[in-house]
Design a protein around this ligand. Structure first.
Ligand code: G4P
Ligand code: MG
Length: 177
């Protein structure tokens, strides 16, 4: 499978553009909910622009031996702050919209706690057939970049960040793949 590497700077830039689109929309989020672990760093960068508190949730579709579970499983959930989300306008943040399974699970769990509204922002959306759906209650869906169905290499997964940045510099991503 094709691989595409992104540097921290490219991700920061994508988030800056994404945040500008959110700011100029009619949606005025009050809290960010980051889906761990991939959503943590993008959510923190969004906070630089939107200046909102961040809550985090941890979800996994895989076991430690990388076998896939039939449905996502909670690793860590909001629990005691769940009531704080009631009546709030949520911005749910993740790094990648891939199969959409985890995303749909999180959206439905959060909607069950009566937020005033929920919108989704992902850094990257892969253009592919999705297993999950974005429920109709979702007010907005923003993707920082649309990508082909490749394997995305994120800088926070790099063991050797210098080598990772060289791969990021060398890539040629189609502008509107
Ligand atoms: P989705 O609902 O957001 O589409 O996610 P999906 O369940 O399809 O993805 C399962 C896991 O695979 C997620 O990680 C997601 O971040 C990761 N993933 C999917 N595509 C890519 C990719 O191209 N590159 C990388 N690096 N990761 C990808 P997770 O199980 O939630 O773990 P975590 O890594 O976020 O902690
Ligand atoms: Mg993830």
């Amino acid at each position: 499978m094709e691989q595409i590497a992104f540097s921290y700077n490219e991700i920061h830039q994508t988030v800056a553009e994404l945040a500008a689109r959110i700011t100029s929309s009619d949606y005025d989020p009050e809290v960010i909910v980051a889906i761990g672990t991939g959503g943590y760093i993008p959510a923190r960068i969004i906070k630089t622009f939107l200046k909102l508190p961040i809550y985090t949730v941890g979800i996994s579709l895989y076991l430690e031996d990388h076998t896939t579970l039939p449905s996502p499983r909670k690793i860590q959930w909001i629990d005691e702050v769940e009531q704080k989300l009631e009546g709030k306008r949520i911005l749910l943040v993740d790094e990648v919209d891939d199969s959409r399974t985890t995303l749909e699970y999180c959206i439905r769990e959060l909607l069950a706690h009566s937020p005033a509204a929920l919108s989704v922002a992902v850094l990257h959306n892969k253009n592919k057939e999705k297993r999950g759906v974005i429920p109709a209650e979702v007010a907005h869906y923003w993707a920082g970049q649309e990508l082909p169905d490749a394997w995305i290499k994120y800088p926070w997964d790099a063991v050797d960040i210098v080598q990772h940045d060289q791969a990021a510099d060398a890539k040629a991503v189609p502008a509107d793949a």
